[in-house]
Design a binder for this molecule. Structure first.
Ligand code: GAF
Length: 377
């Protein structure tokens, strides 16, 4: 494909259940969003002796120039995710041709819907269109970029969701084996899926996420295991009262809830799925302490308006709420919930009804008049 323009697409994700379980080698049940990030990569012509990548974005005024030997700290802002991918690829021994990259995204930024992973995965797929490493390798490279170049100590949830997601499908991910099992998630006139963006800040580089990760590592050490995945489901009971015990309880009970929720989704038992989601939210609020008053108010309002299940999704401290509801309740939530939240003194949230969307793709960029993209999953 050298010399031809390449277009890669990677979606954001919404996690149905299983929060902060990824770096504890547990389970999660995400879907790919129908919103995503498109990257058009135009490698320099053969013979042009310029290894630099020049990245632009429809949403950003600045142009980001990435040198061949870029190091963590060289590039900040949105460009750090692009530069981090180039850095991770070169560190892993991949050859990258210089050229231009243009980014265009429909994933809301800062909403807990993985705009960063969508950007990383699209950039990596575009830059490796010739070599086509497998998708687990792409996910690991994206995580390396995010952890070691951007400086956010996140797990693999977002990247695996974006790379393996599919239409009308949820993914049961086991972060110990890295097995990704599709489960049908078809919505109909009975069951709807809403994502409610609180439009309040959400930022992983901030210390809270790192602090939760460190607490989990401490809990595992106190229990004498390498990761909380190796602990028995009631092992948290042996820890002394305090935050470490609560953090461990969240992770161990959350893993069990993910498996319950996956079984419920397979059986299309949305009542049971809702029970697991509600319990997950309480666990994030009370044990892991990653919710906010506004998010709790949105979850309560969704339940008051008839939701089957409602919980914060993503890393926490703001972001979005995911809701399953029957058609009548979904309409009531869409129509009435934003005013309820404004009346309670918070920013007006944005409610979107969605279906699980397609996963990441890469192919030749369309010509100006064709509009079609040859895609390869
Ligand atoms: C963020 C992180 F990027 C993920 O790795 C995951 O830990 C998630 O928060 C919480 O489940 O999205």
């Amino acid at each position: 494909m050298t010399g031809t323009a390449i277009r890669a697409y990677a979606p954001g994700r919404v996690n149905l259940i299983g929060e902060h379980t990824d770096y504890n080698l547990g389970f999660a049940l995400p879907i790919a969003l129908p919103m995503g990030t498109t990257v058009d990569y135009r490698p320099a012509d053969p013979g042009v002796d310029d290894d630099r990548l020049v990245a632009t974005s429809t949403a950003e005024p600045d142009t980001c120039v990435i040198d061949r030997d870029t190091r963590p700290g060289d590039v900040g802002g949105w460009g750090a995710y692009v530069a981090g991918c180039a850095w991770a690829l070169r560190e892993a021994g991949h050859r990258i041709r210089g050229g231009t990259l243009h980014v265009d995204s429909t994933v809301p930024v800062g909403a807990g819907l993985s705009s960063s992973a969508a950007l990383e995965c699209a950039v990596l797929l575009a830059l490796t269109a010739d070599a086509r490493p497998d998708r687990h390798e792409i996910a690991r490279l994206a995580r390396r970029a995010e952890n070691d170049y951007v400086g956010a100590p996140t797990g693999l949830l977002d990247q695996l969701s974006s790379l393996y997601g599919d239409v009308d499908t949820a993914l049961l991910i086991d972060f110990r084996s890295l097995a990704v099992a599709p489960i049908p998630c078809e919505l109909d006139h009975q069951v709807r899926l809403l994502v409610i963006d609180s439009r309040s800040a959400h930022q992983h580089v901030a210390g809270e996420y790192a602090e939760r990760k460190a607490s989990c590592e401490r809990a595992a050490a106190e229990l004498g295991v390498d990761s909380l995945r190796e602990a028995s489901s009631d092992a948290w009971e042996s820890l002394p009262q305090g935050p470490i015990r609560s953090r461990a309880r969240h992770i161990l009970t959350e893993n069990a809830r993910v498996l319950d929720a996956a079984g419920a989704l397979r059986d299309r038992d949305f009542t049971a799925l809702g029970v697991a989601m509600d319990a997950s939210h309480r666990s994030m609020r009370d044990d892991f302490e990653i919710s906010t008053p506004q998010i709790d108010r949105i979850v309560d309002a969704a339940k008051d308006l008839g939701a089957l299940g409602a919980r914060m999704t993503g890393g926490g401290f703001g972001g979005s709420v995911v809701v399953f509801a029957d058609a009548a309740s979904a309409s009531a939530i869409t129509d009435r919930l934003p005013d309820t939240i404004v009346d309670a003194g918070f920013t007006r949230p944005q409610v979107r009804e969605i279906r699980p969307g397609r996963g990441a793709t890469v192919g030749s960029a369309p010509t100006v008049d064709s509009g079609d993209v040859e895609q390869h999953n």
